[in-house]
Ligand binder design. Structure first.
Ligand code: SF4
Length: 318
């Protein structure tokens, strides 16, 4: 459902000398659990929007189902809180019909890596210009603690009380394996400077920018990231002049690795190794074709599109 807000009623052609503050993007108070990592991502996204002066009326947040999928409700922009696993097809439709819009997709590990996995693979290949934020908390939180595809082997849940039986699916490795992937990064919600820099790089990328955000779920997996949060050396930062660089981060996070994001084979090697949490830009290639540029459809006005739609409805509706 698209949710227009009064603040979006800005007329095209009006003089636009508006300056947006973070508060201009803030919707109602978020109803996530206290300490949930989703709060940090919401704040970082609102900060990004103010930093980039994105217009609320030309920005859309699309989500599916899950804790993080409540995201569009908390943004004063347009939004679509869709159905489980279908955020990417909805976002694809929006981007193809309104390419001038800034499209953000917020999905969880269930939405993206499980029920929506087929859509995920093809959306990577289509490489439409959008920022895709996978808020990966490694568990199904909304439905109260079932094993998700990214739950590591041995972690106990309501569906696997003796521990998950399979190795976790690796979203970075999978994305990097798909033809036409153009931007793959990983960050963590408890490292705000890196989170912000990653969101900014993703938004600047022209193409399908896939960002996996390691996200704490203190309600169901309270100890899962404790070591990584308390001991900075448990994270390894990928640094490179062409990657995501944050000034001063090396003073706290001393475990750094130089990685050129143009090197897809090295990116795949680094992604495959799940013994360490790596944050940074694994891969970027802006030369990859984008579907909105390569498909050859005539430009049509909204009126012409409505006429075609009505014609089709007349033909097929019973
Ligand atoms: Fe966040 Fe977990 Fe609570 Fe969901 S259940 S809102 S992911 S802390």
């Amino acid at each position: 459902m698209i949710m227009p807000s009064c603040s979006l009623l800005h007329l095209a052609g009006e003089d636009d000398d508006r300056v947006f503050e973070m508060a201009d993007y803030q919707g109602p108070i978020a109803r996530w659990c206290s300490g949930c990592g989703d709060h940090a991502v919401l704040t970082a996204v609102q900060r990004l929007m103010a930093d980039e002066q994105l217009k609320p009326e030309t920005t859309v947040f699309v989500s599916g189902i899950g804790c993080s999928s409540r995201f569009p409700h908390y943004m004063k922009t347009y939004g679509f809180h869709g159905i489980h696993g279908r955020a990417l097809p909805v976002a694809t439709g929006i981007k193809l019909s309104r390419p001038e819009l800034d499209v953000f997709v917020v999905i969880g590990d269930g939405d993206c890596v499980s029920i929506g996995a087929g859509h995920w693979i093809h959306a990577i290949r289509y490489n439409l210009d959008m920022s895709v934020l996978l808020l990966d908390n490694n568990i199904y939180g909304l439905t109260k603690m079932q094993t998700s595809p990214t739950t590591p082997m041995g972690v106990k849940s309501n569906t696997h009380p003796y521990g998950s039986l399979l190795p976790a699916l690796n979203p970075l490795q999978a994305t990097l394996g798909v033809t036409n992937a153009s931007f793959v990064a990983q960050t963590a919600e408890w490292v705000p400077a890196h989170l912000f820099a990653t969101l900014k790089a993703a938004h600047e990328h022209r193409g399908f920018a896939f960002v996996r955000i390691l996200q704490r779920c203190p309600h169901f997996l309270p100890d899962f990231y404790t070591e990584a949060v308390k001991k900075p050396d448990h994270l390894q930062i990928l640094d490179h002049p062409e990657g995501i660089h944050v000034d001063g981060l090396d003073k706290i996070y001393k475990n750094q690795l130089r990685h050129d994001p143009a090197d897809v084979n090295r990116a795949r090697e680094l992604a495959e190794d799940m013994n360490v949490f790596r944050l940074g830009l694994f891969f970027r290639d802006e030369s990859r074709p984008r579907y909105e540029d390569t498909r050859r459809l005539p430009k049509r006005t909204a009126r012409e599109k409505m006429a075609i739609l009505n014609e089709d409805l007349d033909r097929y509706a019973v």
